[in-house]
Structures are given as C-alpha cells and as structure tokens.
Design a protein around this ligand. Structure first.
Ligand SMILES: *[C@@H]1O[C@H](CO)[C@@H](O)[C@H](O)[C@H]1NC(C)=O
Ligand SMILES: *[C@@H]1O[C@H](CO)[C@@H](O)[C@H](O)[C@H]1NC(C)=O
Ligand SMILES: *[C@@H]1O[C@H](CO)[C@@H](O)[C@H](O)[C@H]1NC(C)=O
Ligand SMILES: *[C@@H]1O[C@H](CO)[C@@H](O)[C@H](O)[C@H]1NC(C)=O
Length: 252
C-alpha cells in the first residue's frame, strides 16, 4: 500500500517537473484569434500582398485579406480612413500595417481575450507595441484629420461605411490624440498598450519588421507566454513539491 502511494507521489513529482520544464504555455504560441477574417491556424502564404508580405512564412491572414487590407473602405470592415477628408499616404501606411499585424500575426496569443461581440469571438488586449512603432505612427498622422479618439465605437454606419457622428467635429489627429500613447492605446479600445521597450529588445511587438531576419515577434510571444506561465502552473509547482514531500515524510 505505502509502496504504491510512494510510486504515485514520485509520478506526481515527475509530472510536475515536466510541467516546469515545458516552459511557455504552448497553447498561447503560434495561434490565430477567432475573429472575423482570421484563418483557423497559421500557415505559409507565399503571395501575401505588399505591406503584409513580412508574414508570408507563417500567417493568420489569407491572400485575399492581405489585398483588402490595402484598400479604402475594403470588404474587411467597410472602414473609411478618409472620414475627415483624405488621410495622408504617410499616415495611411501605418493603418495598413496595423491591419496586417492584426490580421496576419500568429504571435499575439498572449494577448487574446474572449469577447461577446457580434462580429468576433476574440480580440487582442494590451499588446505591448514597441515605442518607436507607436511614435512614428503618431508623428506621420498628426497632421491628418479625424473626429474621434475611439475608432471602434460611436460611428454613424447608416450609409454602409463609417461617418462622423453629428456632434463629433473634424480636428487634426493631435487634437484627439495628444500623445503617441493616446493614439496607440485609445484608437482600438486598448488593443495596444504602448511599451517603453524598443524595437529589437525582444520585449515588445513590432508592427514593422524585415522578414530577412525572421519574425522578431516570435521571441516576444514566447517571452510573455513564459511570464504568464509563471502566474499559473509554473507558480503552483513549489506548492506541489512541498505537498508531495510532506506526504512522503508522513508515509515513511
Ligand atoms: C476577397 O473576398 C471577398 C469575399 O469573397 C470578395 O468580395 C473580394 O472581392 C475579394 N477581394 C479580392 C481582392 O480578391
Ligand atoms: C454574452 O452574451 C450572451 C448572450 O447575448 C449572454 O448570455 C452572456 O452573459 C454574455 N457574456 C458576457 C461575458 O457578457
Ligand atoms: C447618420 O447619417 C445619415 C446620413 O448618412 C443621417 O441622415 C443621420 O441623421 C445620421 N445619424 C446620426 C445619429 O448622426
Ligand atoms: C520600462 O518601465 C519600467 C517601469 O516604469 C521600468 O522598470 C523599466 O526598466 C523600463 N524599461 C525600459 C527598457 O526602459
């Protein structure tokens, strides 16, 4: 009797060690969110369009989605960037890149949250965007015009695409978004939380990257998945060890 219990405890210890050695929570890595246009699983897409092409080795977006991401009022969301007159091209390219990251990246797993929205089951929350990517987005957009600080909510959609609601006046971007953080954090209801880490640090998500050096966001997702593991099973491991040792002592 005691022998089998001891064996069971050893098995428990071995299992615990395996959990510990497993490292990051693999279910958060290399996945696609369950949203409007994402593929079920990431896979190679040789023909991804222009600004989405950095993700072609492994992507959550289809070729069609990558093409639509470059259009005005595309079939993706019928979103009109030019709701306060034409958005400047230097600004628009950041919104295209933002769309490519959102639709194509398989490295946003640590920040996926369930939501109760008609058009998607999951969203991203507080993705740590590299500070330079946020700063250049803000810098290139500050002289374009908009009428709102949260672009997820409050539009007039009766025409089929978003129009400014009657009470929202068009002003320069820097009126609605006084700082880079105001832009990156508020525009999509905290999908991003601008990081104080820099591009290349391995601790923040890059919207822009050169695929010749691989996708830098893989390492970033691994790092944060591991950190989150620390709060879960990984953190419970010392407790488990303590309990097992106590039982072993009691039984011996
Ligand atoms: C992408 O697919 C949608 C829906 O099937 C279609 O309406 C749209 O024209 C396609 N876009 C491109 C660029 O092929
Ligand atoms: C989600 O929506 C369903 C039905 O509309 C509702 O029953 C449920 O409580 C909602 N869940 C949350 C977390 O709001
Ligand atoms: C929405 O826009 C339509 C015209 O496209 C207008 O008739 C209507 O009053 C607007 N509604 C609101 C709430 O702004
Ligand atoms: C980011 O900010 C935190 C807290 O404000 C600080 O501890 C950390 O060292 C900063 N990291 C970098 C790379 O500046």
């Amino acid at each position: 009797m005691a022998w089998t219990l001891t064996t069971q405890l050893w098995l428990l210890l071995v299992w615990g060690a395996e959990v510990w050695a497993a490292g990051p929570r693999t279910e958060l890595l290399n996945i696609c969110m369950n949203a409007k246009h994402h593929k079920e699983k990431p896979s190679p897409e040789d023909k991804l369009h222009e600004q989405c092409s950095p993700w072609k080795k492994n992507a959550c977006c289809s070729v069609n989605t990558s093409q639509e991401a470059h259009k005005d009022v595309s079939y993706l969301y019928r979103f009109n960037w030019d709701h306060c007159g034409p958005m400047k091209p230097a600004c628009k390219r950041h919104f295209i890149q933002d769309t490519c990251l959102y639709e194509c990246s398989p490295n946003l797993g640590p920040w996926i949250q369930e939501v109760n929205q008609s058009w998607r089951k999951e969203r991203i929350l507080d993705v740590p965007l590299c500070k330079e990517d946020c700063e250049s987005w803000w810098e290139d957009c500050r002289t374009s015009y908009t009428c709102k600080a949260n672009w997820h909510k409050g539009w007039n959609w009766t025409s089929g695409s978003n129009k400014c609601p009657v009470k929202a006046a068009c002003h320069r971007f820097d009126f609605y978004f006084p700082t880079p953080a105001a832009l990156c954090n508020e525009i999509w209801s905290h999908s991003y939380k601008v990081s104080n880490y820099s591009r290349g640090s391995g601790r923040c998500i890059q919207m822009w990257f050169d695929p010749a050096q691989g996708n830098p966001n893989e390492e970033v997702a691994r790092f944060y998945a591991e950190a989150m593991n620390g709060a879960g099973l990984y953190g419970a491991w010392p407790l488990l060890l303590g309990l097992a040792l106590m039982l072993l002592l009691l039984l011996s």
